[in-house]
Design a binder for this molecule. Structure first.
Ligand SMILES: Cc1cc2nc3c(=O)[nH]c(=O)nc-3n(C[C@H](O)[C@H](O)[C@H](O)COP(=O)(O)OP(=O)(O)OC[C@H]3O[C@@H](n4cnc5c(N)ncnc54)[C@H](O)[C@@H]3O)c2cc1C
Length: 381
């Protein structure tokens, strides 16, 4: 329960804040309006070694752990949620390799991913299989020397940008979730194609695509963690990445809170600044309370992962952190729009973007209903 940041973590947070304010913030509205992948921001993330924060040094990362990753995600999301999705998705794609990759797989892929030389994606969702992953149809059939992958995935973040995609597929449908495996697909593999960009409510700068696999041949070396282990690898990965989605929500909420405080001090109605009305003061105080509580749980989840990676508490706390932070951020960003009044609804101010960007944090990496299912399952065990 001790979240005193180390000197290195403070430095990292301050560095990312400076980069976010000078580089990402000025471009954020444009990225949203143009619905453009923030390539310049990606370059800056890579140059500053931020795409492999939690990857051990032996595989080219910073080896700085989960809490450090969370600090970077939070600071980035505070000004540009779309850019923070690049960080969380890189972790979502690289963590399965860290958890289950062979030495050769780790060396082949992690160096390139940690350095930002290439992006990763993680493909689970299908048209008929969202919350219920086991309903998926994608299958990898055993053939001489490897597998033939067939199926399609939707809503895949970084789908059009990624060089490496971790794909969930059945290798033995009769075994249910124990027949699901994880395989590595590379951009350019014959039979692998990427669909058009998904039009979305928020995170407009994030790349979201349909991926199709038609008889994609994958040599055995592309199987991750052995046949039938895909579901387990995915669930363990989510334990590590859900706090990062929580950090994204905390960052957006912090940005909205700061914008609302500033506006409330400046905007005058009935002869005094909005901040002079107790009704507004209480809203701001409640927003600050929510952000602080959510941040505490997110940091606790990350810190537990760093200090006790085998703790049985992790699935529960990770789910709670994502659930609390995203619900809090939804409320805080909605209240920020309210404090801005009509101007909050206008695209001239950032809070409407923040409100739209927040919504996805309640949905991806398991909806908040699914987080409740997980938490209930853990406490009733
Ligand atoms: C912008 C974006 C990016 C995404 N990125 C990725 C990605 O990179 N990789 C990837 O694989 N997927 C990705 N997804 C997909 C995302 O993870 C799914 O949309 C999500 O898991 C929910 O699945 P679904 O949309 O099929 O909803 P459904 O599962 O159909 O759920 C619909 C509603 O029913 C509720 N519900 C479902 N089951 C239960 C239950 N048992 N009890 C109570 N309520 C329930 C849900 O909470 C939800 O409110 C992304 C989605 C979006 C929109």
């Amino acid at each position: 329960m001790d979240f005193i940041l180390t000197e290195e973590q403070r430095m990292l947070r301050d560095t990312v804040r400076r980069i976010a304010e000078t580089e990402f913030a000025p471009r954020a509205a444009d990225v949203d309006r143009r619905e453009e992948f923030p390539r310049q921001n990606l370059k800056i993330l890579a140059e500053n070694g931020l795409l492999g924060i939690q990857v051990p040094e032996e595989y080219g990362g910073a080896g700085a752990g989960m809490l450090s990753l969370i600090l970077a995600v939070e600071e980035t999301a505070r000004v540009c949620a779309s850019t923070s999705v690049i960080l969380t998705t890189q972790a979502l794609a690289s963590d399965p390799l860290l958890l289950a990759g062979t030495e050769e797989q780790k060396r082949t892929y992690l160096f390139r991913m940690a350095s930002g030389q290439c992006l990763g994606a993680c493909a689970i969702t299908e048209p008929g299989a969202g919350s219920d992953v086991t309903a998926m149809k994608t299958a990898a059939k055993k053939v001489a020397g490897g597998y033939l992958l067939n199926g399609s995935k939707i809503f895949i973040t970084n789908g059009g940008e990624a060089e490496i995609v971790t794909v969930l597929a059945y290798t033995d449908r009769d075994k249910g979730h124990k027949g699901i495996s994880m395989l590595l697909v590379e951009k350019g593999d014959p039979g692998f194609s990427v669909g058009k960009q998904e039009p979305k409510m928020g995170i407009h700068g994030s790349d979201t695509r349909e991926l199709t696999f038609e008889d994609v041949f994958l040599p055995e070396a592309r199987l991750l963690g052995g046949e039938g282990n895909g579901f387990r690898i995915l669930m363990t990965t989510f334990n590590y990445t859900r706090p990062a989605v929580g950090a994204q929500a905390v960052g957006i909420a912090q940005g909205a809170l700061e914008a609302a405080v500033k506006y409330a001090k400046e905007r005058v109605q009935f002869g005094r600044p909005l901040a002079g009305f107790q009704g507004i003061q209480w809203m701001l105080a409640e927003m600050a309370l929510g952000v602080e509580a959510a941040r505490t749980l997110v940091y606790r989840a990350a810190s537990t992962i760093d200090r006790e990676p085998d703790s049985p508490d992790i699935p529960r706390i990770a789910s709670m952190a994502k659930w609390l932070a995203s619900d809090t951020a939804m409320k805080v960003t909605t209240d920020a729009v309210q404090i801005f009044g009509g101007y909050g609804y206008s695209r001239e101010y950032p809070v409407e973007r923040m409100m739209r960007d927040t919504k996805i944090t309640q949905i991806y990496e398991g909806t908040n209903q699914i987080q409740r299912v997980i938490v209930a399952g853990q406490i009733l065990k």
